[in-house]
Design a protein around this ligand. Structure first.
Ligand code: CP
Ligand code: NVA
Length: 311
């Protein structure tokens, strides 16, 4: 049984298949097609944290594909205390064809996988956000025609979104520059793993955001305070202020560069209104693409990918 938990445990060809399926289903949807390839299937969403895009893109995706969804927050599911996690996993997966989990800890997702009888999808954890990363590289592919060789500069926190994006980028041979203040960069263990798995792809850290964006095709940022880090808000705001993506920073980037953000954005903090709403921004195309990638992931997990991208 397959799971969609980490982009470090999926092949490049499988990623290409998911991207191709998403592209086919997106083109079909624009032509009014909603193929019921998952008729009778139930998707359960088990979320410990709030969500707009992940929750609604998956709920809409399964509806378009002919199936249905159920949403449970962690308290209602009795995840912490009412019964053990293995028992929740065994019971929930006996009713479901897929479970999307949004968790504070990646360990919870890994534990669910151990006991689940159906595929588990990582809908964000403290360490990763693989669904977002696939929508991101899909958006780059739509924008630039191809991903290979396109350079991403991620300016801000070396967080869950940055990590998954770096892995997705490496699969598709995109150079990646992480520009974070000291103490918030990628950990050396994570970098070592990436360099071992993708020895030919450039993945570097550049603490100066101006140098990081100078040759970037894509400038990406995310919130400075992720869900679960609220107690660090004031400290983080002062540390990350020099990493704001604003008009001045973009002036030092190539004219053709695009701005991306996984959303939700804290306008006025990590990004200004001018950049979010400016001509470089493709953040809302990215958000729409979450729907198409949610379909691609569900189709891949159920062996119903449509089409395959050449390697
Ligand atoms: N980008 C993203 O995952 O958004 P949500 O937190 O709203 O799901
Ligand atoms: N890094 C953010 C992403 C939200 C989609 C968080 O974890 O809160």
């Amino acid at each position: 049984m397959k799971h969609f938990d980490s982009l470090l445990r999926i092949t490049t060809q499988e990623i290409r298949d998911i991207l191709q399926t998403a592209a086919t289903l997106k083109a079909g949807l624009k032509a009014g097609e909603r193929p019921a390839i998952l008729a009778g299937h139930t998707l359960t969403l088990l979320f410990e944290k709030p969500s707009l895009r992940t929750r609604i893109s998956f709920e809409t995706a399964i509806a378009h594909l002919g199936g249905n969804s159920l949403f449970l927050n962690a308290a209602d599911a009795g995840l912490h205390g009412r019964e053990s996690l293995p028992d929740v996993a065994r019971v929930l997966s006996s009713y479901s064809d897929f479970i999307v989990i949004r968790a504070f800890s990646q360990t919870l997702i890994e534990e669910m996988i151990k006991y689940s009888r159906c595929p588990i999808i990582n809908g964000l954890s403290d360490r990763s956000h693989p669904c977002q990363a696939l929508a991101d590289v899909f958006t780059v592919q739509e924008e630039f025609g191809d991903c290979a060789g396109r350079r991403i500069a991620f300016v801000g926190d070396g967080n869950n979104v940055a990590r998954s994006l770096a892995v997705a980028a490496a699969h598709l041979e995109m150079p990646f520059v992480m520009s974070a203040p000291p103490g918030f960069e990628f950990h050396s263990q994570f970098l070592k793993r990436l360099h071992e798995q993708f020895p030919h792809v450039q993945i570097i850290q550049e603490p100066d955001p101006r140098k990081a964006v100078a040759h970037a095709d894509i400038i990406y940022t995310d919130v400075w305070v992720s869900m679960g880090q609220e107690a660090e808000t004031e400290k983080r705001k002062s540390i990350f202020t020099p990493y704001q993506v604003n008009e001045k920073l973009l002036q030092g980037a190539p004219a053709h560069s695009k701005f991306m953000h996984c959303l939700p954005a804290r306008r006025g903090l990590e990004v200004t209104d001018g950049v979010m709403d400016g001509s470089h921004s493709i953040a809302f195309e990215q958000a729409e693409n979450r729907l198409h990638l949610s379909k691609g992931i569900l189709a891949w997990l159920s062996g119903k990918s449509v089409g395959s991208q050449p390697a």
